[in-house]
Ligand binder design. Structure first.
Ligand SMILES: [Zn+2]
Ligand SMILES: [Zn+2]
Length: 700
């Protein structure tokens, strides 16, 4: 038995909480190597070290060249595999140092899921050269949960999670590398262009769903119809009623009914009141949280995910990447309410719930093998107002949802009135909340769509203020929003709770889709049709869903890793063959769309001479720069671009110097916006030209 315990954490913030929770007042020493901190502390007289990864430190890489299709992969340090991961090198070296300096029992304290388990396992095997470790399992980063996770840790690594994670990575990798290679080859052959094209295992079928909807919208032919709308007066208030046949397809018919009704009063023919109960919402899982945050605040699923992740690493909420809609009693319903009652705005709500004899959440159907539904923890922020703007909103939403799920149903009533106008029937509906129930806990987030109707009784004769014939037309199917496509993916079993929002982001990054209300670009439509036509196996939703189900089985300890991998290899082999056979025609069909997209992206805006400013490449300096397309006509406008960064056009123009504003992304740092002119007054306070600065606050 070694005398040291080395705890491996997933991220620095999590490490802070873990060290603080386990050190229980004993001396904590914060050491720093390569600028990366780790902790040493005593617990029960034993030396403990908490050290952190920064997400994945290892990636899959092609093992040998010339293989086709490519199946042979090895795990290599991420910083060696990708420029974007260079920042992870210092964490890697710190872990290497700890491995060299201390000998001890290892413990994995990464997030309890496929990814977290895999992150720890690779570090344990490839940096510490050990086979096994203890495993802490927790759903929140609160002191009580972490201490309990430590005291009750499993003696061995969670092999099922690791296997599922490893298999998923491998599947995604062989799909990704082979299909993107095939796509790029075909473009290079047909149009001599280099383009980063990809369409992953889940990406492809998702794109097809979106493009099919786009096609439906484009092909939609609206059909005109007419609607008769009656405005009735009752004691000064207006009631709107619609003719019982709400779509009248012939104008002559609508006019005839209109004529018949004109000048007649509206007589109440019947009035029915129905009471019903509206039950409280179920606890949040990641999809319902993303859907609500989109509905209420317009946040993209990806944004919601990262805000929730941040609240989790601050120990304010439980682990968010969960599909569970259930809250087990072990989380301590009352204890959480007591903790939250210390926050002024929640005090009354919490006390009302605490005074109830039984607390029972309105659990939903969905479960999750590793985590419960999302809930606030017993360690709320000392001052909610100190949270960042969006964090404040999401935290409030999560707290109120938690309260609402314990509250009673809302009592509501609907009132349906039928009016008779010279023998023709018009309908009006009203809605009223009798008892707010859970809605008062959910507060501003509850949809109270009450429609007022005055008290009426059968036989009442009312004055008609207006009778109109409205020209209308049928509407095309609506576009997907980011929230509704994620819901659709969940319904169809595409991707996982943890990966869906990232997949959607990739579709945006690749220029296949655009806009908040998702529009598929020319390139996206082409990509989808090419895949469907020539590589049908790639677009196959059923296959993707099957793999997803089998990966889930591995988590449950039932699936067979080798079998799934062989199946996936067969599928990739078939897809690669389809690509090979159709390489030329795919290149031809996609090429045009690629060229157009690239040109659209590289033209940043207008030059003062009226021509386009375009990103160009100088073979002499081997650098990208911005030049004017009017150079042949003598325009000398030329601007440098920041090195080693990704540049995006914003379509905006600097109001000081008039040059286009670009957005600059550099790995691991905050993106910023700047105009092209290096001498512009907005850059007057730039200490060094390479320093990251927000030159155009508000243009972000
Ligand atoms: Zn010019
Ligand atoms: Zn400027």
């Amino acid at each position: 038995m070694a005398d040291t315990v080395i705890i491996i954490c997933e991220k620095p913030d999590a490490m802070d909480h873990i060290a603080m929770a386990l050190a229980h007042g004993a001396l904590r020493k914060r050491t720093s190597r390569y600028g990366i901190a780790f902790y040493e502390f005593l617990r029960d007289g034993k030396k403990h070290i908490a050290v952190s990864a920064v997400g994945h430190l290892f990636n899959l890489k092609q093992k040998r060249r010339g293989e086709h299709p490519i199946f042979d992969a090895e795990w290599v340090p991420s910083y060696k595999a990708s420029k974007k991961a260079v920042f992870s090198q210092r964490y890697f070296k710190t872990l290497e140092d700890v491995a060299k300096s201390f000998d001890g029992d290892l413990v994995s304290a990464c997030d309890y899921d496929n990814e977290g388990s895999l992150i720890a396992e690779k570090i344990i095997k490839l940096i510490f050269n050990k086979e096994d470790a203890g495993r802490m399992k927790f759903s929140t980063l609160t002191k009580q949960d972490l201490v309990s996770a430590y005291e009750n840790m499993a003696k061995h690594l969670d092999t099922n999670n690791i296997n599922a994670g490893e298999t998923r990575h491998y599947l995604d990798w062989i799909y990704g590398i082979n299909t993107s290679r095939a796509l790029m080859e075909s473009i290079k052959k047909s149009s001599k262009r280099f383009a980063i094209l990809s369409a992953g295992r889940v990406q492809a079928p998702t794109l097809v769903i979106l493009a099919d909807r786009e096609q439906e919208i484009k092909n939609f032919v609206p059909v005109p119809y007419w609607q008769l709308q009656l405005t009735i007066l009752s004691n000064g208030s207006e009631i709107i009623a619609i003719y019982e046949e709400d779509k009248i397809w012939e104008k002559t018919k609508a006019s005839k009914i209109l004529e018949e009704c004109k000048g007649n009063p509206a007589i109440v023919d019947s009035m029915t009141v129905e009471n019903y109960r509206q039950y409280p919402p179920t606890p949040f899982n990641i999809t319902s949280l993303q859907t609500e945050a989109y509905r209420l605040f317009g946040l993209s699923p990806q944004q919601t995910m990262s805000i929730a992740q941040s609240l989790y690493t601050q120990a304010y909420i439980s682990y968010p990447r969960t599909s569970s809609e259930r809250l087990p009693p072990q989380i301590g319903y009352r204890q959480i309410l007591e903790a939250l009652s210390k926050i002024k705005t929640y005090e009354t709500l919490c006390k009302t719930l605490l005074s109830m004899k039984y607390l029972k959440p309105n659990d939903g159907k969905l479960t999750d093998s590793a985590h419960e539904a999302i809930h606030p923890t017993v360690e709320p922020p000392s001052d909610v107002k100190k949270l960042k703007g969006l964090e404040q909103k999401i935290y409030d939403l999560i707290c109120r949802r938690y309260f609402a799920t314990f509250a009673g149903p809302a009592e509501r009533e609907t009132i349906n009135v039928v009016f008779d106008v010279n023998g023709r029937k018009f309908l009006a509906a009203g809605r009223r909340t009798v008892e707010k129930g859970w809605m008062s806990f959910y507060g501003p987030y509850a949809k109270i769509d009450d429609v007022f109707l005055p008290n009426l009784k059968k036989g009442d004769s009312l004055d008609v203020k207006d009778l109109e014939m409205l020209d209308k037309e049928t509407a095309p199917p609506s576009r997907f929003s980011q929230a509704s496509i994620i819901k659709e993916m969940e319904k169809r079993g595409l991707g996982t709770r943890a990966t869906r929002s990232g997949i959607l982001q990739t579709l945006y990054d690749r220029d296949y889709i655009t806009g908040r209300s998702i529009e598929v670009t020319g390139l996206g439509v082409k990509m989808s049709s090419v895949i469907k036509k020539y590589v049908p196996d790639f677009a196959d939703e059923k296959l993707t869903r099957k793999f997803e189900e089998e990966l889930e089985k591995i988590v449950e300890g039932e699936g067979n890793k080798t079998e799934i991998i062989n199946e996936a290899k067969d599928a990739v082999k078939k897809i690669t063959d389809e690509f090979d056979q159709n390489q030329e025609v795919i290149g031809r069909e996609l090429g045009e769309a690629v060229v157009k997209t690239q040109d659209d992206k590289s033209i940043l805006g207008k030059c003062k001479c009226g021509k386009d400013l375009k990103i160009m490449f100088s073979p002499k300096t081997r650098k990208y720069f911005v030049g004017c397309t009017g150079y042949k006509e003598g325009c000398k406008a030329i601007y440098p671009l920041p090195h080693g960064a990704s540049i995006y056009k914003t379509g905006k123009v600097c109001d000081k110097c008039g040059t286009p504003i670009i957005k600059v992304y550099r790995g691991g740092r905050r993106p910023f916006s700047m105009c092209l002119d290096t001498k512009c007054v907005t850059k007057a306070d730039w200490g060094k030209p390479r320093r990251t600065k927000l030159a155009h606050p508000g243009n972000d």
